[in-house]
Design a protein around this ligand. Structure first.
Ligand code: ATP
Ligand code: MG
Length: 256
């Protein structure tokens, strides 16, 4: 059975997609079978995996609306060695169109069930909102990985996300839990980063992953080459951190 994780944080630009794409590539390097699910109409995970979102014939949109089988939408990211359920801006329409459908929070769950045996991990890159799409992600997953920048406002949004996760756990998906908080874009020279990081550890204990992803320009450059940072420059500090994060997840997998 595949482990299904949402990469979620309703704050924009905190490193969700970078985490989803590089964790997918990191896990693939550890010989895990990975499906990266792009649940964001921005299609950044799709592009970051080297797939042109403008040229998709079938995307996650048709799958959520029940127009196509999930298998027909999945494409392979050659360099990353993982599969992708891709998205583009069409997906924004699904948000509205799904309102009319039965079981609207569980459309993605039903779709992913049908390919469960093909993967060890499914990673869902969520959009920056607590929307119907994110709800579909949360209803499909065993757990949530929350990327966070260690800055003052990071903690503010966290309680909304934690509350949403608690509600989904109580009402819609009893499997759901917080797998952990991942510190990303970390700058150890900043006192504030150190302070927020220490606060997180104090508050969330072993829910804070040991791996810390540093701010590293190679991770930011990689998407413009259509490559995960882990493949673009494997020796960079950012790539190394995501490979280490993949190993940390695999090591702790039985505890999730
Ligand atoms: P959105 O909310 O819009 O979906 P996001 O949370 O998915 O955004 P990303 O797109 O992963 O965030 O990252 C935002 C920006 O920060 C991107 O330009 C990305 O390349 C850059 N970035 C992410 N992680 C790092 C890092 N560790 N070092 C340097 N730049 C990074
Ligand atoms: Mg994103």
């Amino acid at each position: 059975m595949a482990k299904i994780f949402c990469i979620a944080n309703q704050k924009g630009g905190v490193g969700k997609t970078t985490t989803a794409v590089n964790l997918a590539a990191g896990l693939a390097q550890l010989h895990q079978r990975v499906l990266l699910v792009d649940l964001d109409p921005q299609g950044n995970a799709t592009m970051g995996a080297g797939i042109n979102k403008a040229e998709l014939t079938i995307s996650i949109y048709e799958v959520l609306l029940g127009l196509k089988e999930v298998k027909s939408a999945i494409v392979h990211s050659g360099p990353g060695k993982f599969d992708v359920l891709p998205a583009n801006r069409e997906l924004a329409g699904a948000e509205v169109e799904m309102v009319e459908l039965d079981n609207r929070e569980k459309r993605l769950k039903v779709a992913l069930n049908s390919v469960d045996a093909d993967y060890d991990f499914m990673l869902i890159d969520c959009p920056p909102a607590l929307s119907m799409l994110t709800l579909n992600g949360l209803c499909s997953a065993h757990g949530v990985i929350i990327p966070m920048q260690c800055e003052y406002y990071a903690l503010e949004g966290l309680s909304d996300l934690v509350n949403t996760i608690k509600k989904v756990h109580a009402k819609l998906n009893p499997d759901l839990k917080i797998i952990g908080l991942l510190r990303v874009m970390f700058d150890p020279r900043m006192t504030l980063s150190q302070q927020v990081s220490a606060q997180l550890e104090q508050h969330f204990g072993d829910k804070v992953f040991k791996t810390i992803v540093p701010r590293n320009v190679r991770l930011a450059e990689a998407p413009s080459y259509g490559l995960p940072g882990v493949i673009f420059d494997p020796s960079s500090r950012g790539a190394q951190a995501y490979i280490a994060f993949g190993a940390e997840l695999v090591e702790r997998i039985d505890s999730f």
